[in-house]
Design a binder for this molecule. Structure first.
Ligand SMILES: C=C(O[C@H]1C=C[C@H](C(=O)CCC(=O)O)[C@@H](C(=O)O)[C@@H]1O)C(=O)O
Length: 267
């Protein structure tokens, strides 16, 4: 269903009853990202999945920065009468979840970040990343979604996905191909890794429990999350064997068990 706020219409879905858990997909994803998790792990959970700006069925009349998106998500949570909830984000959704938790910590009962980062701490690195994300945005606008997906699914970050079953690879590709080039370009320009605020210096202000998940074959994000764990007041990094970046795909059962055990351990 749709929730209209601040010039945007957010598509969201709710599943089950119980402890509230909000799920945020990654770049090129959508609510579909969580289909298997919802099917297998919604016992005693009220799961809410949301299409982020530039993705899925969410429509935005204007671009959304990370802060603006988080403000909208707060309005949606209040609309759903969620006093507090567990928040899980994957990759770009993890950056968004962390941003939300930093801005509205009182709303979060537990935070789970899958293959995520707090942004880029160094200004020069942020500037370079903004340039790279702009190049990607222009590639999307120039070549269209199918050509971009051809490119995107082959980046080194997803090398472990090549050994996934064909039907799984097809589902990931189909989800990505249903995105709009314009929407993804907007996402890169306004909510990309480079443009978003860096939360590195504020991680120690997050007092609530944070579960960090990284795949054993995702070296880049293991390194990032080891540094995050050191800075967090109550952070725990779990490295998942047999997984790369998309743990919820590559080790779905382990992912679901670890996530649900963490949520219910934080009564
Ligand atoms: C390639 C890098 O950055 C991108 C990688 C992962 C993020 C993501 O959400 C991918 C989800 C998916 O396709 O399964 C994405 C983001 O956070 O926006 C990054 O652009 C990298 O090496 O950092």
């Amino acid at each position: 269903m749709y929730f209209s706020i601040n010039g945007a219409e957010y598509w969201y879905e709710t599943h089950g009853k119980g402890k509230p858990l909000v799920l945020l997909h990654g770049f090129t994803g959508s609510t579909t990202t969580w289909s298997e998790f919802v099917a297998n792990w919604s016992n005693d959970l009220q799961i809410i999945t949301i299409d982020l700006p530039g993705h899925g069925r969410t429509k935005t009349r204007t671009s959304k920065t990370m802060e603006e998106c988080c403000k909208d998500l707060l309005e949606l949570a209040n609309h759903l009468n969620l006093d507090s909830f567990s928040l899980l984000g994957y990759s770009m959704g993890g950056r968004t979840a962390l941003s939300f938790a930093m801005l509205y910590p009182e709303k979060i009962s537990s935070l789970i970040l899958e293959s995520a980062s707090p942004g880029l701490g160094e200004k020069s690195i942020r500037s370079h990343r903004i340039e790279k994300d702009e190049e990607l945005a222009q590639k999307l606008e120039r070549e269209g979604i199918e050509s971009f997906v051809d490119f995107w699914e082959k980046i080194p970050l997803f090398h472990t996905q090549r050994s996934l079953p064909t039907e799984v690879l097809y589902k990931i590709r189909e989800e990505r191909s249903l995105q709009s080039a314009e929407g993804l370009a907007q996402s890169l320009r306004f909510m990309g890794t480079g443009i978003q605020p860096s939360w590195w210096e504020q991680l120690d202000q997050l007092s609530g429990p944070v579960l960090l998940l990284a795949g054993e074959h995702d070296e880049k994000f293991i390194d990032i999350n080891k540094l995050m764990e050191k800075r967090l007041y109550s952070g725990e990094l779990v490295i998942i064997k047999g997984a790369g970046h998309a743990i919820h795909v590559e080790q779905a059962e382990k992912f679901g068990r670890i996530v649900t055990e963490f949520i219910f351990s934080k009564q």
